[in-house]
Design a protein. Structure first.
Ligand code: ZN
Length: 198
């Protein structure tokens, strides 16, 4: 199939998105070509601006345009709990439940020997630094029940236990391998309430 080079490049770029195959990429590229010049410019600007302005919070590593982020600077939140998640999307999922009032800590991945990701590549050192000060009562591990998730939970709890910090993991009433990010609010609320000490 032949596309004129700038169009071929556009299709190639769209194919870099997760879950987008050649056909969808083609459809998206043709859609862009049918958009007004003004809309295309504004879309391109939004892309660049998002990349430019959205960074990781230096305390919890959640994605935010502010540092510290809106959650870390909220005085009404409970300083006694930190909820540890793999990814910023998990923070969004848990915030939607409106049940959790503590702080977060985003690891930026899970321990995965297969993918060559060890604990030193995650924000675990930074998590330990946040346990100092005495205000912290509990660390909740909201981590998916996968092999990588289990390895990460085991590793973190082995570091927190000697410090005398209560460490719990949310109870998934979900099939093994299911994703926290896709759980609905009711399921997540139950998972939080049913958390167990690890
Ligand atoms: Zn933060």
């Amino acid at each position: 199939m032949y596309f004129t080079p700038p169009l071929a490049r556009l299709i190639e770029e769209f194919q870099k998105f997760p879950g987008v195959g050649p056909k969808s990429a083609q459809r998206m590229a043709f859609f862009v070509l049918n958009m007004s010049e003004k809309d295309v410019h504004s879309m391109a600007q939004v892309l660049v601006e998002a990349k430019d302005k959205v960074k990781h919070c230096s305390q919890c590593f959640h994605l935010s345009a502010n540092d510290p982020c809106e959650i870390c600077t909220n005085e009404r939140r409970d300083k006694g709990t930190i909820c540890v998640v793999a990814d910023s999307r998990d923070v969004i999922a848990l915030e939607k439940t409106r049940e959790y009032k503590g702080f977060y800590h985003v690891l930026n991945g899970l321990i995965s020997p297969l993918e060559g990701r060890g604990p030193e590549q995650l924000r675990i050192r930074e998590l330990l630094a946040r346990t100092a000060g005495g205000a912290l009562r509990e660390v909740i591990l909201a981590i998916n029940p996968t092999i990588e998730g289990d390895a990460t939970v085991l590793y973190i709890s082995s570091l927190l236990k000697p410090l005398g910090i209560k460490t719990t993991r949310i109870a998934f009433g979900l099939p093994v391998g299911s994703d926290l990010e896709y759980a609905d609010e009711v399921t997540l609320t139950r998972a939080l309430e049913g958390r167990r000490e690890v």
